[in-house]
Write a protein that binds this ligand. Structure first.
Ligand code: PLP
Length: 393
């Protein structure tokens, strides 16, 4: 077989996909992080209207001006500071590939979204994980950022609310970290794709936490808040010079985001609060229910998630080896859970070494399915012989 380029070989398929590929149509799937709710009618209507015009032109590379304005108004920034992208994923790629040099170091959260280290590798740079620890409620700890910085650090990537932990970074910690980065001349990228899933009003955007736009990019999009994952619409916000500077990269990768979806984005953001309120209500209920159900799992812990739609279950009582070296990894346990109970969860190791011993559960399904899935998980965990796992000390 033809040998692939080094950058293609440096990238691994995510565990999320690997495990889901083994699932069948009847599997109870708590794996993929996508809401099961329909797109709101006014947003669908705007898309249909754009399609029915019958023309399907490209737009300006940075997006339709009206879409850039709608996004800018949503955040109180300038339309010239907005690049409309094919999902937050493309915005991340443009930011990393456009701002990082080969040989640079980039700080990435561990556990964190697997695209971050992989994009850094694509840029021929080195991902340097900073730990988000269950013992600190997965908080952003400024001292950990400080100790991960080196002469070669070019960028630090943050994600709040977080995939996979559901943690929301405190404004004070963000401010402290951004002051530190500014002092050291380090760029930042803040992935805030879950910003609307904020159950305790704790979310602070990087835009309000003293991060200068001239040295970073805020990234978000429509996928999670308007359930338009497959429509591929996201955005990058930075200062105008960076947006203009990154434009050719975005242009030669994708040309522009899909035109009808850009039109629908104006409809979505024009009535954002009203359209998102029912989603938030559904997810507030599911979050509470998921935590109640998790409370019943034997010897399983979790940190109450303040955002996003994930519960990061702590299975270390089952995965840590005992004195005889017995114990399975959370990946092996997730595989057995799928084989025996037909339930998909994502092993935390798929999000970095810091996720070992955890399962990510997405509460993106109806409560009745959530109940069934947790019942099966409880059954599975009860079937693990006491002798093969150790209780936490
Ligand atoms: N960032 C995080 C943290 C995510 O979890 C995801 C999707 O799961 C994305 C970005 C990608 O979002 P989009 O669908 O807008 O590309």
């Amino acid at each position: 077989m033809t040998e692939l380029a080094k950058r293609a070989r440096a990238i691994e398929p995510t565990l999320i996909r690997q495990l889901r590929d083994q699932a069948g149509p009847s599997s109870l799937d708590l794996g993929l992080g996508q809401p099961d709710l329909p797109v709101a009618e006014p947003v669908r209507e705007a898309l249909v209207e754009a399609l029915e015009e019958g023309r399907a032109p490209y737009t300006h590379n940075l997006g339709l001006w009206e879409t850039r304005e709608a996004i800018a108004d949503h955040y109180g920034v300038d339309a010239a500071q907005v690049m409309v992208t094919c999902g937050a994923q493309e915005a991340l790629a443009v930011a990393v590939l456009g701002l990082v040099e080969p040989g640079d170091e980039v700080l990435v959260p561990d556990p964190g979204f697997p695209a971050y280290p992989n994009l850094v590798r694509m840029a021929e740079a080195t991902p340097v994980p900073y730990a988000l620890d269950a013992d600190d409620d997965f908080r952003l700890v400024p001292e950990r950022i400080e100790s991960a910085l080196s002469e070669r650090t070019r960028m630090a990537i943050f994600n709040s609310p977080s995939n996979p932990t559901g943690a929301v970074h405190d404004r004070r910690d963000l401010e402290e970290v951004h002051a530190l980065l500014e002092e050291r001349d380090v760029l930042w990228v803040a992935d805030e794709i879950y910003e609307d899933y904020d159950y305790e009003g704790a979310f602070a955007s990087v835009l309000d936490a003293g991060a200068p736009l001239a040295s970073g990019a805020k990234i978000s999009g429509l996928s999670k808040s308007h359930h338009t994952m497959g429509w591929r619409l996201g955005w990058l916000i930075s200062d105008e010079a960076i947006v203009e500077g990154l434009k050719p990269l975005h242009q030669h990768l994708v040309t522009c985001a899909p035109t009808p979806v850009q039109r629908a984005t104006c409809a979505a953001l024009g009535r954002h609060e009203e359209l998102f309120a029912p989603t938030l209500a559904v997810f507030e209920r599911r979050r509470r229910r998921a935590m109640q159900l998790a409370d019943r799992l034997p010897e399983v812990g979790y940190v109450a998630p303040r955002g996003a739609f994930y519960l990061f279950l702590d299975l270390r009582a089952y995965t840590e080896t005992d004195v005889d070296g017995r114990g399975s990894s959370a990946l092996e346990l997730a595989r057995s859970l799928l084989q025996t109970e037909d339930v998909v969860v994502i092993p935390g190791a798929g999000f970095g070494a810091g996720g070992e011993g955890f399962w990510r559960v997405a509460y993106t399904v109806e409560e009745s399915l959530l109940e069934e899935a947790f019942e099966r998980m409880a059954h599975f965990l009860q079937s693990i012989p006491e002798s093969s796992h150790k209780k936490p000390s």
